[in-house]
Design a binder for this molecule. Structure first.
Ligand SMILES: *[C@@H]1O[C@H](CO)[C@@H](O)[C@H](O)[C@H]1NC(C)=O
Ligand SMILES: CC(=O)N[C@H]1CO[C@H](CO)[C@@H](O)[C@@H]1O
Length: 181
């Protein structure tokens, strides 16, 4: 119940004002999201843990602002995608290359505009520990629009204004085997 209330609050504050949908309509939309599997990645985290996750994006070109994307992933027991390593970041860009020129939110936000390194995963609060494969000229804080959210595209990562409705990638961690040696 608590979770549902949180989602409604987020939708209320960040609902897509470009459409005529009320917050009630958005609430129904959340209940009817279906996802397409983008792919699976298996690799090693910096601490040596081996992990596998699958990525999903919303069907029917469903787009949402950053916070709403995060809430939608959560309401389906996913989380907005995080990336552990440069190798994983490159792999997900490669997967996105099949999808044309769309932008997909992932879970990071910037504390400094145009900084390629001052980005944090909102899930853990941790700073990115590797260099992101940015698109050419990115992050650029285009038109000084306060682009503090992170998205991936077929040409690399970009900074985006968090209130823009875009596609997004949710993840499901399938296993994480600690490195016990
Ligand atoms: C960007 O953020 C600054 C500081 O919060 C604010 O003054 C400015 O109006 C914002 N610009 C836009 C385009 O939202
Ligand atoms: C408003 C709306 O579209 N609701 C639909 C959500 O999905 C269920 C199951 O397919 C439908 O029965 C609802 O009509």
């Amino acid at each position: 119940m608590y979770k549902l209330i949180l989602i409604l609050v987020l939708i209320g504050s960040y609902g897509n004002s470009a459409s005529t949908s009320s917050s009630f309509a958005n609430q129904i939309l959340i209940e009817n999201v279906s996802f397409v599997k983008l792919g699976t990645y298996r690799g090693f985290a910096p601490d040596g843990s081996e992990y596998q996750k699958s990525y999903f994006y919303p069907k029917y070109s469903l787009t949402a602002p950053f916070l709403e994307s995060r809430a939608i992933c959560k309401s389906y027991d996913f989380e907005l995608a995080t990336l552990e390593t440069h190798a994983e970041a490159q792999a997900i860009i490669k997967l996105a290359q099949n999808l044309g020129s769309e932008y997909f939110y992932v879970d990071a936000i910037a504390l400094t505009l145009k900084s390629p390194t001052d980005w944090y995963w909102t899930k853990s609060g941790k700073k990115l520990s590797f260099a992101l494969p940015w698109g050419a000229g990115e992050p650029n804080n285009y038109n000084n629009l306060n682009e503090t959210c992170l998205a991936l595209s077929s040409i690399g990562f970009v900074d985006l204004r968090c209130t823009l409705s875009r596609l997004f990638v949710c993840q499901k961690i399938e296993f994480m085997i600690p490195n016990v040696l």
